[in-house]
Design a protein around this ligand. Structure first.
Ligand SMILES: NC(=O)c1ccc[n+]([C@@H]2O[C@H](COP(=O)([O-])OP(=O)(O)OC[C@H]3O[C@@H](n4cnc5c(N)ncnc54)[C@H](O)[C@@H]3O)[C@@H](O)[C@H]2O)c1
Length: 305
């Protein structure tokens, strides 16, 4: 056994001081805890709470609400209920489905916008800037591919179909980030929605799987670009959820059934699970998480067979 001689002096000194350091820290914690308990009448322990889920007074831009089933709607509602003011950018074709939802939000801004229309994009961001000043979060929950390209063979996709899927489903994240970040506060958070079909072949998902792979790469490059501004960029990879977009994927019900059978938790997720993860990724609880694809899929993606 090596004696004390082999242990570096620095470490020996540190080891001697360490117990005193912890002792002093615990005394300070106890003292602060007692003071807080006196003030707040709680059994508060420690000098501060571990995390901060207080989003009160923050502002979010949310793209992708089509109806009350939309993942974006669940996220918008969860943020709203936690004190965040919402600016929705929605497509004209879903206006009749989005308008009735607005009464459930606290003083929202809602404007028609399409991510392939530069004029509408410029108008949208000007309105957000005028009304909100600064924003804290950007939720990208949009995707599109022609129905005929979400079935059969991947190689049947034509050039235009491939371009459309990429433009709407992945390039738009870069476009929205570029427009949002000049009015985004430090500690901002950008979140995109993806699916496991980006890394493993999923029948019929085809061109959308390729677009999601690009989207996930965009997340990493954007996280690298925006880190110096203190802005984080992450993707949520959600298990299958029955929504308008999902109904365009041929054999989606089979995907749901398969996911439930194969997932370790033997169940499907729902849009609230995604919203909960989004709350976490917006909050300070995730302040050192960026550039990641975080799965909420009841464990499906860890299984080999
Ligand atoms: N539903 C699922 O199983 C599932 C799983 C993983 C990831 N996702 C992803 O979640 C996101 C949201 O999809 P959803 O399932 O809530 O379906 P959804 O149909 O409710 O949402 C898709 C949204 O994209 C919007 N959109 C499409 N083209 C647009 C354009 N050019 N400009 C602006 N908006 C446009 C639509 O208006 C719609 O609101 C998508 O990125 C989707 O790929 C969904």
């Amino acid at each position: 056994m090596g004696g004390n001689k082999k242990i570096p002096l620095k470490f020996r000194v540190y080891s001697m001081i360490y117990p005193f350091k912890i002792f002093i820290k615990s005394l300070i914690n106890k003292f602060k805890g007692a003071r807080k308990s006196k003030i707040f009448g709680t059994n508060y322990v420690g000098d501060k709470k571990m995390g901060n889920f207080n989003l009160e007074g923050k502002k979010a831009i949310v793209f992708g609400v089509a109806n009350d089933q939309s993942i974006a709607w669940h996220i918008a509602k969860a943020l709203n209920d936690n004190g965040v003011r919402i600016a929705l950018g929605y497509q004209e074709r879903v206006e009749q489905l989005v308008k009735p939802l607005l009464s459930m939000l606290n003083n929202p801004l809602a404007e028609k916008c399409d991510v392939v229309d530069d004029v509408l994009l410029t108008e949208f961001f000007e309105k957000v800037k005028k009304e909100f000043g600064q924003v804290d979060f950007l939720i990208h929950s949009i995707a599109f591919a022609k129905k005929e390209h979400l079935q059969g063979k991947f190689y049947e996709v034509d050039r235009r179909g491939y371009q459309v899927a990429q433009e709407v489903s992945s390039y738009s994240l870069a476009e929205l980030s570029r427009r949002a970040t000049p009015i985004m506060n430090e500690n901002g958070s950008i979140i995109a929605m993806t699916y496991y079909g980006s890394v493993k072949v999923t029948p019929n998902y085809n061109v959308m799987g390729v677009a999601k792979a690009a989207l996930e790469a965009c997340v990493r490059y954007l996280a690298s670009d925006l880190g110096e501004k203190g802005i984080r960029v992450n993707a949520i990879s959600a298990g299958p959820v029955k929504t308008l977009a999902a109904s365009g994927i041929s054999g989606f019900d089979k995907m749901l059934e398969h996911a439930q059978q194969k997932a370790p938790l033997k169940r499907n997720i729902d849009a609230n699970d995604v919203a909960n993860l989004a709350l976490f990724l917006c909050s300070d609880m995730s302040k050192n998480i960026t550039g990641q694809v975080v799965y909420v899929d009841a464990g499906y993606s860890i299984m080999g067979v």
